[in-house]
Design a binder for this molecule. Sequence first.
Ligand SMILES: C=C(O[C@@H]1C=C(C(=O)O)C=C[C@H]1O)C(=O)O
Length: 404
Amino acid sequence: MTTAPTTGPIVARTVEVDDPGPLLSALPGPAAHAWVTGGEGIVGWGEAARFETAGPDRFDTAARWWSEVAADAKVLDEVGLPGTGLVAFSSFAFSDGPSTSRLVVPAVVVGSRDGRFWRTTVDGVDGDVAPVPVSAPQTVAWGDGATTPEDWRAAIGWVRNAIATGDLDKVVLALDQVATADAPVDARWLLQGLAERYPSCWAFAVDGLVGATPELLVRRSGELAESRVLAGTVRANGDEGDRALLDSEKDQLEHRYAVDSLVAGFAAHCKNVRAGDPYLLRLANVVHLATDVRARVADDASLLELAGALHPTAAVGGTPTRAAMRAIGKLERSDRGRYAGPVGWVDSTGDGELGLALRCAQLDGRTARLWAGCGIVGDSDPEAEAAEARAKFEPVRAALTRAL
Ligand SMILES: C=C(O[C@@H]1C=C(C(=O)O)C=C[C@H]1O)C(=O)O
């Protein structure tokens, strides 16, 4: 566990500013943090404080650190909208393994909502970054990741057998790909490409994990907790695909496991948990079955505490949870890192938004590791799952290579 580099209580000041233009274009360099949907949200850079942790208690330890920082902080906020005041960009590991989860308080945050714009700075922390133009890769070479398509098909077979013998109901299996560019990949290049083609998704970047997710694990606004669960997917191909999804018992079952797990997770902290009816969420690459869930927070649990109770839902893990997580650990050839973990932002009152880190890449110099996962149930067809995985890789692949 590490904390740095606060030297005393944080003083955060939010002031209203003129329209700064597109938020993602306000980011001065590739070390970028972002949470943007439909052109609104927050972007940040520089660093006023950081907390890193790992293991099964990661949500609790992060929640405790953040509540102490927030309690000590002085927040001078003349705007008072979601994303103003003191915020930490947040990104959690998928599993209880050694991958690092982190909260980062940027030196500068610029935000926009409902035609209002703001800038938050932390006293005594230099947020001046010499602007560096966004760079596009000139070449990108693609390779398999740790789990090859062949490994993945074999794993689907293993899961289908385990389901047939009654040990499991659903497992979300992921595979990875690695892109190697000619120069370090600029997070802003990916963010801008993703936000352009997927404006209704949440484009995110936290410490080099960059993507655009359509799935909201939890948003807390005071007593209101909200979520958008996705499970059940086909490639976008017009009405035919839409009907196939709505009429598919296999997809409806896969979806129900995910909704049930989210509702059960909310029960620990919330009252009046209400799930709507499933609907179709249409994106440029795929169509998902989606359900919106609302609940009332009954015990003052913060966003990070709620996330600890909810993660991993069966949208990214499986059913039953523990057995599915064991299967993922055994069948996937490398740790997921922060892919499929909660990602977003939290403020000093414990409000904020966390999506699931999907349709994303982990940037590391010239390489980008991408993942795509599919929910496997007893009736899953390996060919159809492979087509679904290819469709889920598409957003990041296309954003990365759009200038080539
Ligand atoms: C795991 C991913 O997506 C999840 C799995 C889905 C499915 O199996 O239908 C749909 C949306 C997400 O909950 C991914 O995109 O990598």
